[in-house]
Write a protein that binds this ligand. Structure first.
Ligand code: F6P
Length: 342
């Protein structure tokens, strides 16, 4: 019986279990044995795996997170990491490996395919929706809806207390969740990494609104937003992929708004709530379709390729096209959102 491996790497997100379930169910129809490596690339370095079958994926479709566990391990940063990955790959005599992840996990997949000749196909995931070469990643829709609900819920308390409410939203260096949650929830100011702004401009927008008789404002700020002179990192320690932990801009911004406008201001940070819980129908279906496509890519021996959503179609693209450059919010989209600010 041929063996096919699967791993989930990077930050978890809703919809990962839909992919695993689809790969196991469709893979077993091809008479493959599916091996789930635990905790991302770490599972291949440590040869830590579980065998997956119908029983292991029963009931996981509505569950958030990943039954395989995940990590931000980069084999290229570990002593003998690449050699260990290769040795596990060969030990199990894998026909192929399905790597489910974002920019970092797929970057490793691409390197291992190109430099070591490993037979790998990719599936794109991230709540940040910042991966090139696919219109959407699964996980984004769920996170967006949670962030939108936060913006929605802040309205009544902001209005009752005549306050400015700042909500700090995830997304790393892309403003997708913030701009779309802000637009869908009717935020009065939206701040994203792609469009640097001055604190005085932010206060002007709030004052303009209050001058119209509105007694409260909602500010949606991306964790990586560029408000000139404001720090966005929690600490400068870097992970295996060179990322610093973002956070804190909401608090800094709230303090400055209160100081400069005199309006009472509070801050809310939904944080990992945006990544937790049950996936939306959109993410369950996208994850399922991506999982089926990944199996097809293995059947067709299209290694170095990745499932991708283009319009309504699932197609395949080179993994290389999805890494290296982030998909960020275009200026014209922000311009449109500005119509509703202030
Ligand atoms: O990439 C997904 C993401 O949730 C980002 O939006 C956020 O900056 C980061 O992961 C948080 O990472 P961690 O779970 O390691 O705190």
């Amino acid at each position: 019986m041929e063996r096919v491996g699967i791993l989930t790497g990077g930050g978890d997100c809703p919809g990962l279990n839909a992919v695993i379930r689809a790969v196991v169910r469709y893979g077993m129809m091809q008479n493959w044995q599916i091996i789930g490596f635990r905790n991302g690339w770490k599972g291949l370095i440590d040869d830590d795996f579980i065998l997956l079958d119908y029983q292991s994926v029963a009931g996981i479709l509505p569950k958030g997170g990943t039954i395989l566990g995940t990590s931000r391990t980069n084999p290229h940063k570990h002593p003998d990491g690449v050699e260990k990955v290769k040795s596990t790959f060969n030990k199990h005599n894998l026909r192929a490996l399905i790597a489910v992840g974002g920019e970092d996990t797929l970057g490793v997949a691409n390197k291992l395919y190109k430099e070591e000749g490993l037979r790998i196909v990719g599936v794109p995931k991230t709540i940040d929706n910042d991966l090139n070469a696919t219109d959407y990643t699964f996980g984004y829709d769920t996170a967006l809806n949670i962030a939108m609900e936060c913006v929605d819920r802040l309205h009544s308390t902001a209005e009752s207390h005549n306050r400015v409410m700042v909500v700090e939203i995830m997304g790393r260096h892309a403003g997708w969740i913030t701009i779309e949650a802000g637009l869908a929830g009717g935020a009065d100011v939206i701040l994203i990494p792609e469009v640097p702004v001055d604190i005085d401009k932010v206060c002007e927008l709030i004052k303009k609104r209050h001058a119209r008789g509105r007694v409260f404002s909602i500010v949606a700020v991306a964790e990586g937003a560029k408000v000139l002179g404001m720090e966005v990192t929690l600490d400068h320690e870097k992970d295996d992929f060179g990322h610093e932990r973002l956070g804190g801009i909401g608090q800094r911004l709230a303090e400055m708004i209160e100081k400069k406008t005199g309006y009472e201001t509070r801050v809310t940070v939904p944080g990992h709530i945006q990544r937790g819980g049950s996936p939306t129908a959109f993410d369950r279906i996208l994850g399922t379709r991506f999982g089926v496509k990944a199996v097809e890519l293995v059947m067709q021996e299209k290694y170095g390729r990745m499932a991708s959503l283009k319009g309504r179609e699932i197609v395949d693209v080179a993994i290389a096209d999805s890494v290296g450059k982030l998909k960020t919010v275009p200026p014209e989209f922000y311009k449109m959102a500005e119509i509703f600010m202030g």
